[in-house]
Design a protein around this ligand. Structure first.
Ligand SMILES: [Zn+2]
Length: 391
């Protein structure tokens, strides 16, 4: 007798190449069976999923979920399990000096699984921008924090913002890369100058080109479609030449929607050139709450449907691709038998939807579909969705 049965849904699991009607049985919090038809009599409880889309629990590779510890953080479950997302990654909100608080007071209380990328500067970008912290960077203390938290810390984070370029220059790149190499973890870099900084282009371009040359397979570029100075794709559609080699090497391209680091125009230009995202993510932080951008991973996925990607592609970019980026592909990002039963159930609502890329509402994107989360199952436990999206 199975504990739970999800019946009649359209299962999309790109990791297994499945896109068809399948019933899913769960026992002891794990996927127990995946078949065309499983009788309800074989399970203690059945969830009817006819007309719905069933996917592995989504993974948001870029959020800020360390409230109280940092000014930037949002309560994890508000952006996690209540929106169809079973795993989130806090990207550099904390560094070695405040990671312990995040680990002790926030991570264990959440139903959503949380990983972290540790910032190079001592307190991360808990306050913004984090310029001063670079003078206090301590590779030994950072590496010690990584060592003490293997399995929880999945990478190192830095932001290539104007103040870092002006005050630190390429030594910032070298320091961050050295820490990541010694930790044997990926480096995630925020591309794009902070909105109110006035760093000259002549200083930004050499820094970004050097940075791109330094990034290895598995390192992550975040905000790939920013229109800010220092972005990968320029408003005229040209790109830093080093980008192509970085893509060939296997550098991960992450979207990180946010409220001023994403542009539909730049995304269109990138997609036309074949610069596809590896991962879709939100960059959810409390400064982004209640903006017309409506941050939610399913909304970002819906934007990419409107930009021409397929449903299978956007699900791949929020399941197996981030799982691979985290080195977690054996535990999440798919619904293989024996894996933890992290599952998302959605409706693909049809209608006329309007999406915004930035807080300023400078660009509008019209879409015909919007993914609406209905139910998240985390390790076999049902959690009702409370979706954040515009009617
Ligand atoms: Zn961020």
């Amino acid at each position: 007798m199975y504990d739970l049965l999800i019946k009649g849904g359209e299962l999309i699991d790109p990791a297994q190449g499945i896109h068809e009607k399948r019933d899913i049985a769960i026992s002891k919090g794990k996927i127990a069976a995946l078949e065309g038809e499983i009788a309800s009599s074989q399970a203690k409880k059945t969830i009817e999923a006819k007309g719905k889309i069933v996917t592995p629990g989504l993974i948001d590779l870029h959020v800020h979920c360390s409230p109280i510890i940092t000014k930037l953080g949002v309560p994890p479950d508000e952006i996690g399990v209540s929106t169809g997302v079973s795993t989130i990654v806090d990207c550099g909100s904390t560094g070695y000096a405040n990671f312990e608080g995040f680990k002790k007071f926030i991570i264990p209380q959440a139903k959503t699984d949380i990983f972290a990328l540790l910032h190079v500067v001592p307190t991360g970008h808990a306050v913004q921008p984090e310029n001063w912290g670079w003078y206090e960077a301590n590779p030994e203390a950072t590496l010690q924090t990584v060592e003490e938290n293997r399995g929880l810390i999945k990478g190192i984070k830095m932001r290539a913002i104007g103040s870092v370029i002006e005050q630190q220059g390429v030594k910032a790149i070298k320091l961050a890369k050295k820490i990541a190499n010694e930790a044997k973890l990926p480096l995630m870099v925020h591309f794009g100058i902070w909105i109110d900084e006035k760093t000259p282009q002549s200083q930004v371009d050499p820094f970004m080109r050097e940075l791109l040359s330094t990034m290895d397979k598995g390192d992550i570029i975040t905000h790939i479609y920013t229109s800010n100075l220092g972005g990968l794709i320029k408003p005229d559609g040209t790109v830093y030449p080093e980008l192509w080699d970085a893509i060939k090497r296997g550098v991960v391209l992450d979207v990180a929607n946010a409220i001023f680091n994403f542009s539909f125009d730049i995304a269109r230009k990138g997609l036309e050139k074949g610069i596809l995202p590896t991962t879709l993510s939100t960059d959810f932080a409390n400064v982004n709450l209640n903006s017309p951008v409506v941050l939610s991973l399913v909304v970002t996925m819906s934007k990419f449907l409107a930009l021409g990607l397929s449903l299978d592609q956007v699900i791949e970019m929020t399941t197996i691709n981030p799982a691979l980026t985290l080195g977690e592909e054996e535990r999440r990002g798919s619904l293989k038998i024996g894996m933890p039963a992290d599952i998302s159930i959605f409706e693909l609502a049809a209608g006329d939807f309007t999406f915004y890329d930035r807080r300023e509402k400078t660009n509008i994107l019209k879409g015909k579909y919007q993914l609406v989360p209905k139910l998240t199952i985390k390790s076999g436990i049902e959690i009702e969705a409370a979706p954040r999206y515009r009617d």
